[in-house]
Design a protein around this ligand. Structure first.
Ligand code: HEM
Length: 225
């Protein structure tokens, strides 16, 4: 599905280099925080380590790199895709510029319309049948939440971006089966400063032509039928 024609060995080498660089970078940060703790997450994780419930260096690395990826990729994707969508739909952008209090529903609509995560995977734990399709234990399945977010039975005119959309029960954070940490985040930080500091909302800034590329690991978005 992804990266058709991609140079996989080159990608693997680059990925390897990046992992090593990130390991060095985080290792340096862990060292600094051990010597001089601050009021931040890494210092807290190290403090837990000091209270008898020790986290190994590998665990610290695992938690921090996961959070970096989960928090950073999603956030930049949301802001980038969201701004691009608004720039491509100047009527929606104008509504927001005229009434910045709409930032909350606007962020929700950007999450629905072109959220940063288009699909999530699960491994089937027991054989079962879903709408006539047999799923077998051990199979990996992809839930296309980007498609669900354009489901015409749930969202009237699903392909239209509408920052005034009501009852916007999108699945950008997945379902309740896992705790998507980003949900409370968008309720606070996602809603204003990062968007405003992009200049676009408060200063009426325009990209010459909104032909930018949207960010997603998955180019597929098919409607649920
Ligand atoms: C636009 C913002 C975000 C979106 C759209 C988003 C989306 C998601 C989704 C769809 C999942 C579920 C994945 C699955 O079920 O397989 C998830 C899980 C998770 N997210 Fe986010 N996320 C966002 C921001 C963040 C941020 C800022 C953090 C932390 C700094 C974060 C940390 C996590 C973690 C730790 C999980 C795994 C939870 C678990 O497995 O119980 N996310 N996120």
């Amino acid at each position: 599905m992804e990266g058709v024609g991609a140079d996989y060995p080159a990608i693997a080498r680059r990925t390897n280099r990046s992992v090593l660089e990130l390991t060095d970078y985080l290792g340096g940060l862990f060292e600094q925080r051990r010597r001089r703790p601050r009021a931040d997450l890494i210092s807290d994780l190290i403090a837990v380590e000091a209270e008898g419930d020790r986290l190994s260096q590998a665990e610290l690395f695992g938690i921090c790199s996961f959070l970096l990826e989960a928090g950073h990729e999603t956030t930049t994707g949301l802001i980038g895709n969201g701004l691009l969508a608004l720039l491509r739909h100047p009527d929606q952008m104008s509504k927001l510029q005229e009434n910045p209090a709409l930032i909350g529903p606007a962020v929700e609509e950007c999450l629905r319309y072109d959220g940063p995560i288009q699909r999530i995977s699960r491994v089937v734990t027991a054989d079962f049948e879903l709408r006539g399709r047999r799923l077998r234990r051990g199979q990996r399945i992809w839930a296309m939440q980007g498609a669900a977010n354009r489901d015409p039975q749930q969202f009237p005119e699903p392909d239209r971006i509408d920052i005034l959309r009501r009852n916007n029960r999108h699945l950008a954070f997945g379902t309740a089966s896992t705790t998507a940490w980003g949900r409370p985040w968008t309720a606070s930080k996602g809603r204003s400063p990062s968007w405003r500091c992009c200049g676009c909302l408060s200063f009426g800034w325009r990209i010459g032509h909104p032909s930018g590329r949207r960010a997603s690991r998955c180019a597929l978005r098919r409607r649920c039928r």
